[in-house]
Write a protein that binds this ligand. Sequence first.
Ligand code: G3I
Length: 350
Amino acid sequence: DSSNLYTTYEKYFYVGVALSKTDTADDIVMQSVLENFNSMTHEFAMKWSQVETSPGVYDFSYMDDFAGIANKNNFRLIGHTLVWHKANPSWLFTDRVMNDDMARDFYLEVMRKHIATMVARYRGKVHGWDVVNEAFYYDGNFRPSPWLNLIGKDYIEKAFEFAHQADPDVELYYNDYGLVDKSKQDAVVEMIQRLQEKGVPIHGVGIQGHYSLTYPDLERLDNAIARFSELGLKVMITELDVSVLPFPGPEERGEDAEINPARVQELNPYSEGLPDEAMQQLTDRYVDLFCIFLKHRDAVSRVTFWGVTDARSWRNDWPVKGRTDHPLLYDRNMQPKPVVPALVDLATNY
Ligand code: G3I
């Protein structure tokens, strides 16, 4: 029907969504996903901790079903993510006492085996993999992680090479947030150029879109997409959500941040729902963002929303736990917001 999102965008780019296990068990959500999107990513189930619960013991049952849904419905299936500093199984980095050379060789093989297992299993089913996720800090330095510490800076290129060996046809991406910010963007561009100079296969960059009503500045987003497309890479806007809530000060953020009772009203103003004015701001912000994506439609191959319904968005718990945010296309009752027809109109009249 006319409010169908992906058919109005398919001449420009894929429109995708990240799904949770709760989503895939919810027929109403899945019906809406099948009608409005043509790409899917799993929010959690393909991460290492979920598929290799103990060394060499894999449980692919859920992901095989998920891949089946995507393939049966002709969806582009995205693999998220092979190498990351989070969501690793607890046994992975147990404190094996090793000297540096042994640790490097040992963990290169551990990483290779994981990548080869995942990429080979979903060969012909997954269109592209987020091979390495979030390897840099905002200041442009490498993020300290077990991978960096145990293998060294070349863990990134090794991960891409291992993935390509397992499936020469699958697309391989680097995925990160903050890529509109200069120092991190410079570091990622330089890293990609090094890979390209070495002939390491990389096909795209995922620009995570965890945005707000004001971040990022549209011109900087415009320039970021242009800069990555000039590298000859496919550009994907991954993990798109737009928070309408105020961003707390540094002392109020983080994994364990709870709302200071004295600040509840200020930090969580829409706990009863989104007033019309705020809903209009959300609609306008999404239209502004999609105007930038359409401007770069020759470089942008996919835009993926990080979730379907506000009820299950990770933004309800980040950067502060237990807030009521309204960042996605569907509200808590799975009703499409005015953003959906606004984005359909934008593409129809573009
Ligand atoms: O499914 C279990 C449930 O059985 C259990 O009762 C519950 C409480 O422990 O945990 C549930 O698993 C949670 C999972 O989300 C599914 O909801 C994990 O604890 C929780 O850590 C996990 O969080 C995910 C997070 O990545 C860490 O993997 C978020 O959903 C997901 O939105 C978030 O996504 C990341 C991207 O992968 C990378 N970019 C940043 C983005 C936001 O952090």
